[in-house]
Design a protein around this ligand. Sequence first.
Ligand SMILES: [Fe+2]
Length: 496
Amino acid sequence: MNLKALELLDMNESLQKTVKGIDTTMVVKKFLVRGFNVSPEAAKMVVSFSDPDLLIAEICKISKNKFIICEEDVLMALKNLEKAPKKREVTKEDKKEEKIERVKILKDVNNSFVQGTIEDFVAYFNSRLEKIGRIFRGRVHSVKIKDLGRIRGENVSVIGMVNNVFDKKESVVIELEDQTGTINCIASGKCAEVARELLGDEVIAVTGTLKGSSMIVDRIVFPDCPTNGEIKPIDFGVVFISDTHFGSKGFLEDSWKNFIEWLNCESENAELNKIAEKVKYLIVAGDIVDGVGVYPDQEKELAIIDVYEQYEVAAMHLDDIRKDITVLISPGNHDAVRQAEPQPCLPKEFSNLFPSNVKNLGNPAFVELEGLRVLIYHGRSLDDLVTKIPRLSYEYPHKAMEELLKRRHLCPLYGGRSPIAPSKEDLLVIDELPDVLHSGHVHTYGTGFYRGVFLVNSSTWQAQTEFQKKINLNPIPCNVAVYFGDKVYRINFGGG
Ligand SMILES: [Fe+2]
């Protein structure tokens, strides 16, 4: 009997004492998602170790060209771990507390049930008008529509919600409404061009003069953002990603592995590792999994047809990320929460699968990371903007995101492709400005600054789907934005 066999025997004896009906399925899956098969004996050995995840990581590291993990591989990894210098023990609870302190949740979506009655919608749109009206205050001196008749002949402003926009001869008519009435505002020339880009139910201010029962428009004013060229300096990095679509046949696993290797400072490029070392936060803006039944015939494009298993795989992939990085996840239209926005965070049955450094948020979510204020929104309304405004395209998603800031609303168009849940308060209004607005959904990549706010649309980890082929949407996958305030890096991890 050689030494190796003896060690194996000892290990098996200790296994008899420690493994009592423990399910090794999870271990098998953890290896599978990393591209390895594992023998039942080796899986049992892993389960019996005090920190199976640490052992799995070490086994994968030393078995790069192997197909099946055997007991010998586990023993070798155990030996390596024994030799490795002991790290300071930090309990799971310590880690959780530290992460929560560093992340302040400024606004999130609660789980309140909305019936969607006419009264709910009236309250919802009143909230929108009131909240955006407040943004105009101090800048636009407006009167209520019912009082317009008293100011005949003078230049006057009204703040209202766009009911309808239609062409009439050379002009464009904006039907504007507030809580007191409705008025037709007639825009021509440059104002007509602006009016043609207006979205139903967005809130604007119109300045002009009254003629008959209509208003002749001089100026259309958007709530917009004050010009602020100041970029908040930070001494840490934030990585923005979205649309991982775990569970899809199109999931670009090799590129994802390259990304994780880099994030864990294990890439072959020392310069890139230096950037990764400074990363403290990873934000995932929705479509964590591909979901089930999201669009017709989706099952043909699924590698995993059970949504729970999709989240299990998602959790395993996120578990590969080094634990000093806080991961914030927010859902999208493919995730297992209600489709109407705002969307609450993932239910516990899924979020409990994730490691302790993952924070589960709603969509949208407004967070502060050591002073950096980040607004996370999946970005479904970008479809509406690209469809409605011809100068916008999926190729430059950050340009469409500028329109959200200009309109101070994450989903300005009601009745388009983005369903809205009529909560009493309109949580989609951007009443407080962030330092960063992060979206995904369109599967392309784009970054830019708009009046001091950093905009990032963060690519995808899914190859082009059949549906995207039909609508001629060419994804820009596996591109990652790393934000340092005054510096932004774009790293491409492959994937076409
Ligand atoms: Fe997506």
